[in-house]
Design a binder for this molecule. Structure first.
Ligand code: ATP
Length: 238
C-alpha cells in the first residue's frame, strides 16, 4: 500500500532575478525514507531546501509537506519540519543548552521528555560537558552538534539537512548516520543534500540527482545507480 508522502515537490522552479536557478524538480519523500539529494556544488540543492523549509518562496510549482502547501500555510508546515542548514548560524550569546531548550519550547516538547532526549543526544554526540558554555566559544563542529540536537529533540515528521556531514568529525558522522536511521525507523522522513555519492549510497533508500538546476533522475537508489547514462555524472560526485 502506498503511503501519503511527507514531502511532495511538483515541478518546482526558483529564480534569482532574471536567472532561473532551479527548475522542473518533482520528487516524493514517504514516511521512513532516507532520501538523498545529490549534486555538485552550485547545482541548486540549497535553493530547493530553502524553499521546502520556508525561508524563501517558490516561483512556480508546488511544495507540500504533510499534504499542506508550504507557501499557503507555512506555520502548519514548519511545525512538521526540522531544518539543519549547511552553516550553523546560531545565537552566539546563548549557551548550547539554552539554545536547545529555546527550540524545544517553540515546538512544545514536554520538559521531562526533553531533558531525557537532550541528555541522550548530547552523550551520543559527545558534547555534554560543553553544553553550559557560550556558543561563541564553540568550534564549527560543536555548533553543528547543537543544531542537530535542537533539530532532533521534537521528533520532526520531516528532517531536512543541508550537507550535514561536511565539517563533522568521523565519530560524530557515524553517530549522525545512526540517529538518522533510527528516526526513519520510527516513521519520520529524512531529506538531506550531499555532493558525496558514497554517503548517499550507504545511507539512503531513495535519491534524486540534480545537475545545473535540473533533475536528472530520482527514485530508489538501486534503480538510479543502475542507470548507465548517469555514470559520468556520478564520477563528479566524489
Ligand atoms: P552549494 O552546496 O555550493 O550551496 P547548491 O547545490 O546548494 O550548492 P545553490 O546554493 O542552490 O547550489 O545554488 C544554485 C544556483 O543558484 C547557483 O548558480 C548559485 O550561484 C545561484 N544562487 C543561489 N542563491 C542565490 C542568490 N541569493 N542570488 C543569486 N543567485 C543565487
Amino acid at each position: 500500500a502506498r503511503r501519503d508522502p511527507v514531502l511532495e515537490v511538483s515541478d518546482y522552479m526558483k529564480r534569482y532575478g532574471a536567472k532561473i536557478a532551479v527548475s522542473g524538480i518533482s520528487l516524493e519523500v514517504e514516511p521512513g525514507d532516507i532520501y538523498g539529494f545529490i549534486g555538485h556544488n552550485g547545482a541548486g540543492k540549497t535553493t530547493l531546501i530553502r524553499s521546502i523549509v520556508g525561508v524563501q518562496g517558490v516561483d512556480a510549482g508546488t511544495i507540500r509537506v504533510g499534504g499542506i502547501d508550504v507557501t499557503t500555510d507555512p506555520v502548519a508546515t514548519k511545525r512538521l519540519i526540522s531544518y539543519v542548514p549547511d552553516n550553523p548560524d546560531i545565537y552566539e550569546y546563548m549557551t548550547g543548552i539554552s539554545y536547545i531548550t529555546y527550540v524545544a519550547d517553540i515546538f512544545g516538547v514536554p520538559v521531562d521528555v526533553r531533558s531525557e532526549r537532550i541528555a541522550d543526544l548530547a552523550k551520543r554526540l559527545e558534547i555534554t560537558d560543553a553544553l553550559g558554555d557560550a556558543i561563541s566559544s564553540y568550534s564549527h563542529g560543536m555548533k553543528q552538534k547543537v543544531v542537530l540536537i535542537s533539530a532532533l529533540v521534537h521528533e520532526p515528521k520531516l528532517l531536512v539537512l543541508d550537507e550535514p556531514f561536511v565539517g563533522l568529525d568521523p565519530e560524530a558522522s557515524f553517530e549522525l548516520k545512526k540517529l538518522l536511521r533510527e528516526l526513519a525507523e520510527r516513521g519520520s522522513a529524512v531529506f538531506f543534500s550531499s555532493h558525496v555519492l558514497e554517503v548517499v549510497e550507504k545511507l539512503c533508500n531513495k535519491v534524486a540527482v540534480i545537475r545545473q538546476g535540473k533533475l536528472l533522475a530520482s527514485g530508489p537508489i538501486d534503480e538510479v545507480r543502475g542507470n548507465e547514462s548517469l555514470e559520468e555524472v556520478f564520477m563528479e560526485l566524489v
